[in-house]
Design a protein around this ligand. Sequence first.
Ligand code: G3P
Ligand code: MG
Length: 394
Amino acid sequence: MACDRQSSLKLPSYSKQSEIVPWQVSGMIHRNIDVIRCCSFLNHGKTVTAKQIGTRYLTGSGNAALPSRLAFAFDIDGVLIRGKNALPAAKEALSMLDGNNKFGLKIPFILLTNGGGVGEEERCRKLSSQLGVQIHPEQFIQAHTVLKSVVNKYADQPVLVLGGKGDTLRTVAEGYGFQQVYTTLDILAWNASIWPFHDLTQQERASVKTTDFSKIPFSAIFVFHDPRNWALDIQIMCDVIQSRGVIGSYRESNHMRKPVDLVFCNPDLIWQSDFEAPRMGQGAFKIAFQAVFQALTGSTYPHTQFGKPTEATYKFAEMMLKRHLPGVSTPSLYMIGDNPESDIAGANAAGWKSILVRSGVYDSRHGPPSHQPTHEAEDVAEAVYWALEQEMRS
Ligand code: G3P
Ligand code: MG
């Protein structure tokens, strides 16, 4: 008897439903889901989705079998959120993991995004209201959060921070421990002729910190988040790097000074917002900068890359996940993402299981993904159910 896996199921009316002890049901569902779908329930005429089965399935006494070494990392853009809106499947998936089951069983999860631009606390507040589940900073990693692990090297030195609105990221960087943080708007306010094509808005002028930059030896440039003014930022990055940190001092002796470190926090060329087609990301900005710098100097500039899929970011994430799995030596970690280049490549390299969803950047019409996931799913809820089933079987 051929069955269509995706078809919806017919289930007894709710009251009848509660008569069936979940464990028994879950047992059966788990092993013979096709059989149940085709044979017993079709007769009853009520339709529900597989997900509802999953939800019911997981609220049953079957949960006890769920290994306690299980934890999830969720990408945000294209998986939980598109633009300003939460995706319907996101609320379902997270609320279930957040103990929204009659046993109040919580399955640890973190959010791991290449996004950024505001402080972790502020972003968690916003995400909690968008997703309807409390997201705490100790379960949240954005592109620049990993910089907390390198701040010691630069704490007391002048650094240039790029990206975000106004001086929002100055405050975030100071929160990480950077003590001398400047922005490209500060430099433009100091000397407007450095980039004559942008007049500071009143709001921007209110956010600047002015000083005599001919006396400021920058030790590093950090691209925290997607720059708002690529042209201004690329001009000033070239100025700072070519003068080995002190803008305007293009003297031979500059080469005595240590080259300026350059750090990018997000390599994504594209990402999925609420616009139909994917948008350019910080990775596109990096390519633009390197193209200009190479045209000016003949070579691209060496830099450090953080963000998914880098090892540093996945190690940082694994450390955070393990804090939610005390005493577990071999955790079973799942990464659910929409971008094969960042989410899947990084998770595979970290030895995690990876699930690629079709609700974001990845479009199966364009052929197989550049990095093979452990599994592909329509959306995050289906991905979570599949993972739970795997864990049940293991
Ligand atoms: O700017 C954010 C974008 O690059 C991707 O974000 O959440 O999909 O990792 P996310
Ligand atoms: Mg994404």
